[in-house]
Design a protein around this ligand. Structure first.
Ligand SMILES: [Fe+2]
Length: 372
């Protein structure tokens, strides 16, 4: 069994589902049991065995109610056109803790750039979590597919397969030979790296800025087409607003958050001052319709909170308070700091912690004004 359960599974919130993902080094068939229902890693009816990372999608309410799931693995001996040979199924059951109603604790890691241990230490300095946020550039680039395992190692250690995670893509993730396959190694909604999600009473939206410079920047050598990708997200945002009753205006939603690797409402200097029209549209659509409580970002390698009245940093007006919550120093040993969040009825506490086990700062965001 240990061959297959080196890592705990990761349970990612995507749309109104959880995507349960687990790396398996050896060829196997993968399925998950929740209650008396089975969910299979299959493609158009064919069980997948060639994927190094398996993915199964289960309805979020079913797993929240069952509070446990069983990962089932059938090792492949010889897959062939007729009479494939397989071994007996090995299985392992994991507890699952749905998000509590109040005092919900989350930890944000981004820009780990291939480092695993220091981000974990920073998260441990915050303490117990109810969910984990991985917000881009967890890996240095997508040249080497083995690095995708870093994502699952961090999830495995911090959630033990028992808590949900939110995963968003960063600009470094778009670089390298395997970048075009990124969405198959990570959670995605119909192949898209942007989507809305629900965990308990938190509604959230992931927006993906893609690269941080224009598509024609020489660094990319013609390999990037992020402009149409960003335009599609404007339409996606409009469709979310059209369906607000089942999205952010649903009866049981108490918190609304935006997650984006790159703080698109920020003023950047050249060559990073890209897509001003599109980002202004996103900012306006969110501010005037969704009215989120907080936007959670990384990318800039800093620990800061930008309030809506900060005109020096906000372009085109801001969405809501923006927290940039991770920094890394590639010293020896590597230094990492991330950001903890505690969501309660009247406030969101923001707590920066680092890989030395220190708490670096705390701030409390008043969210009692629901008109904002
Ligand atoms: Fe970045």
């Amino acid at each position: 069994m240990s061959d297959f359960f080196k890592h705990n599974p990761a349970v990612f919130a995507v749309n109104k589902h959880y995507q349960i993902m687990m790396p398996c080094e050896k060829a196997c068939l993968f399925f998950v049991r929740v209650g008396d229902k089975y969910y299979y890693d299959e493609s158009n009816g064919i069980m997948c065995s060639r994927n190094k990372i398996h993915k199964v999608e289960v309805p979020a309410n079913e797993l929240d109610n069952a509070k446990q799931y069983t990962v089932c693995i059938r090792p492949i001996i010889w897959r062939k056109a007729y009479f494939s040979k397989t071994k007996t199924v090995v299985e392992k059951t994991f507890r699952f803790y749905p998000i509590p109603e109040n005092n919900i604790r989350a930890y944000h890691i981004s820009d780990a750039h291939n480092n695993i241990n220091e981000p974990i230490k920073a998260a441990e300095a915050f303490g117990e979590i109810d969910f984990l946020i991985l917000n881009g550039d967890v890996i240095e680039d997508s040249s080497n597919p083995s690095k995708f395992m870093n994502i699952f190692e961090i999830c495995s250690k911090l959630t033990k397969g028992e808590k949900p995670s939110i995963f968003s893509r960063g600009n470094h993730d778009l670089r390298g030979n395997y970048a075009e396959k990124f969405a198959s190694y990570t959670p995605a909604h119909n192949g898209n790296t942007y989507y809305s999600f629900r965990i308990g009473n938190i509604w959230g939206i992931l927006l993906d800025c893609g690269e941080d410079k224009n598509d024609n920047h020489p660094e990319y050598g013609f390999t990037v087409a992020c402009h149409p990708f960003r335009k599609r997200q404007t339409e996606f945002l409009k469709s979310i607003i059209e369906n607000k009753e089942t999205e952010y205006d649903a009866k049981d939603v108490r918190h609304k958050i935006v997650i984006s690797h790159n703080a698109f409402s920020h003023r950047y200097h050249s060559p990073f001052d890209i897509e001003q029209d599109i980002f202004a549209d996103w900012t306006k659509l969110l501010r005037e319709n969704v009215k989120p409580e907080i936007m959670i970002c990384g990318h800039a390698h800093e620990l800061n909170i930008y309030y809506p009245d900060n005109t020096e940093w906000n372009t085109n007006g801001s969405v809501c308070p923006v927290v940039i919550g991770s920094t890394i120093k590639k010293s020896k040993p590597v230094y990492f700091a991330g950001c903890g969040y505690i969501f309660s009825d009247d406030k969101i506490e923001i707590i920066f912690t680092d890989s030395n086990g220190e708490t670096l700062g705390k701030e409390s965001l008043d969210i009692t004004d629901k008109s904002n």
